[in-house]
Every structure is written in structure tokens, then in C-alpha cells.
Design a binder for this molecule. Sequence first.
Ligand code: KG4
Ligand code: ZN
Length: 332
Amino acid sequence: MKILAIETSCDETSAALVEEKDQKVKLIKNAVATSLALHQKTGGIIPENAAREQIKFVIPVIVETFEQTSLRIEQIDAVAVTVGPGLIGSLLVGVETAKTLSFAFDKPLIAVNHLVGHIYANWIDQDSKIEFPALGLVVSGGHTDLILIKEHGKIKWLGGTRDDAAGEAFDKIGRLLDLPYPGGPAIEKRALKGNPQKFNFPRPMVHENNFDFSFSGLKTAVLRETQANELSDRIINDICASTQAAVIDVLITKTLKAIKIFKVKSVLIGGGVAANQKLRDELSAKSPVELFIPEKFLCTDNAAMIAAAACFYSESQPWQKTEAMPELYFDV
Ligand code: KG4
Ligand code: ZN
């Protein structure tokens, strides 16, 4: 089965082609048009600007996925698209494009949840068999969630952030420190030169008996330090290292707790924050079960993960009934 997928839930515009055979997903091509430079100018995403860029990029990225392959759109088996969660204007660009392709080429249309997609990035070009039940940790700019995947299509939400997502905390703290957008990669870079023990930032809810998170207090604690200290390069590096340590500590503590309680056989992480090397290294060292982390380019938003999820959720729906669902979440 060959699937063409489109992802436009936030700021990226991406299209991808994958082939699934015997439950193995092979990536044929993933194309991403980024409007990062535009968002860097405004220090964050302005939804209207993001959607306008996506309208310009969506057809060119689809064309790009077919370039250098011998495939034509008539040869694909289905079109998959992110229907939510995300920014409504952005989602509409991908959803309406996918509906048009489904109608014009008479292809089944598969609606995919972006958060599920982040976890399914782990199936792309994966040689190891992912055993169920699996624990999923989604850590992105908009979400921080722990989920239990009993089998394909059977997901139980265990907990999530009560306020800011992990990536959102990085982005807001990056802004406080006047670092380039997005904050996550900028903080990771500065943290390499900083002392993670210099500031003892809060780790809210870390010992609570649930799988919820809270990161907004961290931002407030950093704000206090920025007001109390002269922001030298050294202090900024130390704040970055201490911030990163606090976020990773909470994520890992809760993940390890869930692994134990639910007796999972594997752990799958996904989302932009999963590109963080320190998180990858520490979780790899501490996980008692097999840990799967996508390649870094498959952690941040991409259409390949949407195509991968569609391979296992291949139930299609009529294009007439497909719509953007900005508030879509896990069924809780
Ligand atoms: O999954 P994603 O690309 O988009 C959403 O679905 O939100 O995640 C973007 C988030 C941003 O908050 C960004 O700061 C964070 O992922 N991020 C990172 C890293 N790369 C991206 N956070 C920490 N370390 C990184 N290397
Ligand atoms: Zn995402």
C-alpha cells in the first residue's frame, strides 16, 4: 500500500510518500517547506501568517514528493491528512487539499490525529518489532501527554499537561532570554555550555500520583532569575542548562513511573522536544524496556508520520465528511 500524506497543523507544510508492506513502513520521500524565517521575525507563530504561507507551499511540496520517484499520483492507494489538533486556518489548507485530491483522483481519504502521528513516526523504517502494550510520550510545542497503546487503534490517555506544554515552556523561556525562535533547539545549544545545577528550578507534580505535568511555574521561576541577575552569557547558559534539566527530569520520572505501573513492553516518544539529545540519551540510559525514538527530522512536524499512522488506521472516510478539527485530542 502506498500512501500520500499532507500535514499542515501548525507552521510547517509537509507532504510525504510511504509504502507499507507486511506492517513495515518504508519512507519514499518526505518534503517540508518551513516558514521558520517568517516566525523568527515575529518571535513566534502568528496563525494568519502561517496559513497564508501554507497556501503557497502546499502544492509545491506535494509535487516535490513525487519528484525523483517513478510514482504518479494515480498509483497511490490512499491520501492521508492531519485533521487536528492544530490551528484552524493551517489545518484547513491541508484538509481541503486532501479532499480535493481524494475527489479528483478517486482515492480513499484517511483522517489522522496529529498527536497519534507523532508516536507513529517510530514505525518509519523501523527494523525492530514494536511490542504492545506500549507507552507513548508526546512532547511537542502544543502537547505533553502520556498514552497507553494497547494495540493499533486502542489508545488510552493517561495524563497530560495542565498548563504549558514542554515545548511551549522552552519557547516562552527562550523569549524571556532573548534567544532565537523556537526556544527548544536554542536552549539545547546554550545548555551545552551551562551548569544544570546552578539554578534549582521547580519540578511541579513530579511526585504526585498521576501522569499529569505542569510547566508554567518553571517559566515564572526563570522570569524571577532573569530579574534578579545580570544576563551575562554565562548566566544565560546556566539558566538554559537548569531549565533543560528540570523539564527532562519531570518527563523521565513520569515516564518511568508509567512503564512500571502499566508493565509496558516498549516506549515510544515523539514530537519536537523528542529531538532533544539530552532527553534521548537520559531516557535511553534509564528505560527498562525497549525505547524507540524517531530520527530527529521525524520528531518535528512532518507528513511522513501522518502517512505511517494511516498505514495502521487505514479506515477511510468519504471526503464529504472530512473536516478540520482544531480541538481534536485523545479520547479521554
Ligand atoms: O512537534 P513540533 O514540531 O510541533 C508541534 O506539534 O507543536 O514541536 C515543536 C516544539 C517547539 O516548542 C520547539 O521548541 C521544540 O519542539 N523543540 C525542541 C527541540 N527541537 C524542537 N525542544 C527541545 N530540544 C530540541 N532540540
Ligand atoms: Zn507536532
